[in-house]
Design a protein around this ligand. Structure first.
Ligand SMILES: [Zn+2]
Length: 94
C-alpha cells in the first residue's frame, strides 16, 4: 500500500465507499517518460508538477477511457493514453 489516487476529490480507496470493490480497481503509476507524464498531469485537477510526481503517486483506472490500451511495463500494466480530463468532476486547479 502507500500508493493512492491523486485525482482531486477522488473518493476511491476510502472506507466510505463500501459498495466499491476498490481492491479490484487497477491503480496506474505515472509514466517515467516526462512527456507522457506531462500529459497525465495536465488532465488531472490536482496541484502537482511533473517534477513532484513520485513512485507513490498513482491514478485509478476509472479516470481513464474504459478501453484504454495497456502496455506491460515490468510487473505493472501502464495505460498508453493519459487520464480523461472530463471524467473528473472538479475544476482544473492552476
Ligand atoms: Zn481516483
Amino acid at each position: 500500500m502507500g500508493k493512492k489516487c491523486i485525482v482531486w476529490n477522488c473518493k476511491t480507496g476510502y472506507a466510505s465507499q463500501k459498495n466499491l470493490q476498490v481492491e479490484k480497481i487497477p491503480l496506474y503509476k505515472f509514466p517515467k517518460d516526462l512527456e507522457h507524464r506531462r500529459k497525465w498531469v495536465q488532465n488531472i485537477p490536482y496541484k502537482i508538477t511533473v517534477e513532484e510526481i513520485t513512485e507513490n503517486h498513482a491514478v485509478y483506472a476509472l479516470h481513464f477511457r474504459n478501453d484504454v490500451p495497456l502496455k506491460k511495463v515490468g510487473r505493472y500494466w501502464a495505460p498508453l493514453e493519459p487520464p480523461l480530463a472530463d471524467k473528473n468532476d472538479a475544476p482544473k486547479s492552476q
